[in-house]
Design a protein around this ligand. Structure first.
Ligand code: ZN
Length: 239
C-alpha cells in the first residue's frame, strides 16, 4: 500500500498522527533535555524542534502558492534555511515549543481551508521536485514520524503505520535510483519481495530484517536489528 493511493483526508490524518507522536515525545522532554543530542549529526534537540517548526511554516508557503498561484518557495535558499534553524535553536525553550505548536496549527489551518482546486496545483519542493500541493501531506508525514525517532527519547520506527513504512521504502529507493546511488544493494525486509536498487547490477550486499529495521537503516538512522549479507555499510544519502 502506498500513502499516495489513500484518500486525501486519510493522508492528512497520518500527518496529524505523526505530529501528535512528535508532540508527545517533545512533551516528555524537560527544557534542559532540549540541549541533548539527536540522531542527526551536529544537531541538538533544539535544532531539530526549530527545523520541524520551520518545515511546517515552509509547507504553509507551498499551500499559499497552490491557493494563490503566486510563487512562494519553501525556503529562499539552503543558507537561509540553515541560518533560520541555527538562530531558532538559540531561542528560549518556551519560544521553541511555541514555534512548534504555532506552525503546526497554521499548517493544519492551511490544509483545512485549501480550496479543492489548490490541492491539484503544481508547486516545487526545496529539492526542486515539481509536485502537486497534495504532496505536502506526504512531505509532512515523512518529517514528523522520522524526526520523532531523531528526538532520541524513545521514538521508534516499529510504531509507524505500515503504509508510512512502505511508502518510505519506495521513496528512499526511488531517490537512490534517481541519483544512481546504491547499485549492488538489495533491501529484503521480512515478508516483502526483496528490492534491488539497480536490477542490472550484481548484488554486493543484501540488507534484511524486520521491515521497520530495514527502513530505519535505509533512512540513515542506524543499523539496529538488520543483517548484512555482504559488507556492513552505511546507506547512500537519501534526502
Ligand atoms: Zn527534516
Amino acid at each position: 500500500m502506498d500513502f499516495h493511493d489513500l484518500p486525501l483526508q486519510e493522508q492528512l490524518l497520518l500527518a496529524r498522527r505523526g505530529t501528535s507522536y512528535f508532540a508527545q515525545r517533545l512533551g516528555e522532554l524537560s527544557d534542559a533535555d532540549l540541549d541533548g543530542g539527536t540522531l542527526l549529526d551536529g544537531w541538538t534537540r533544539r535544532h531539530l524542534v526549530a527545523h520541524v517548526g520551520y518545515n511546517a511554516a515552509a509547507l504553509c508557503r507551498l499551500m499559499d502558492w497552490a491557493a494563490t498561484g503566486t510563487e512562494t518557495p519553501m525556503y529562499e535558499s539552503a543558507e537561509q534555511r540553515g541560518r533560520e534553524i541555527h538562530e531558532g535553536a538559540t531561542s528560549p525553550a518556551a519560544a521553541l515549543r511555541n514555534l512548534f505548536d504555532h506552525t503546526v496549527a497554521r499548517l493544519d489551518e492551511k490544509w483545512r481551508n485549501a480550496p479543492t482546486a489548490a490541492w491539484g496545483a503544481q508547486i516545487r519542493t526545496a529539492q526542486g521536485r515539481e509536485v502537486l500541493a497534495s504532496e505536502t501531506a506526504w512531505m509532512r508525514t515523512r518529517e514528523v514520524w522520522i524526526h520523532t525517532v531523531d528526538l532520541n527519547n524513545g521514538g521508534r520506527f516499529g510504531v509507524f503505520p505500515e503504509v508510512v513504512l512502505d511508502t518510505l521504502l519506495t521513496d528512499i529507493v526511488g531517490m537512490w535510483r534517481k541519483k544512481t546511488l546504491g547499485s549492488g544493494l538489495v533491501l529484503a525486509p521480512i515478508g516483502v519481495t526483496p528490492v534491488a536498487v539497480d536490477a542490472e547490477s550484481a548484488v554486493e550486499v543484501t540488507v534484511s530484517g524486520p521491515k521497520e529495521a530495514v527502513v530505519r537503516w535505509a533512512a540513515g538512522r542506524g543499523a539496529v536489528g538488520v543483517e548484512f549479507d555482504g559488507p556492513r555499510q552505511h546507506p547512500p544519502t537519501w534526502l
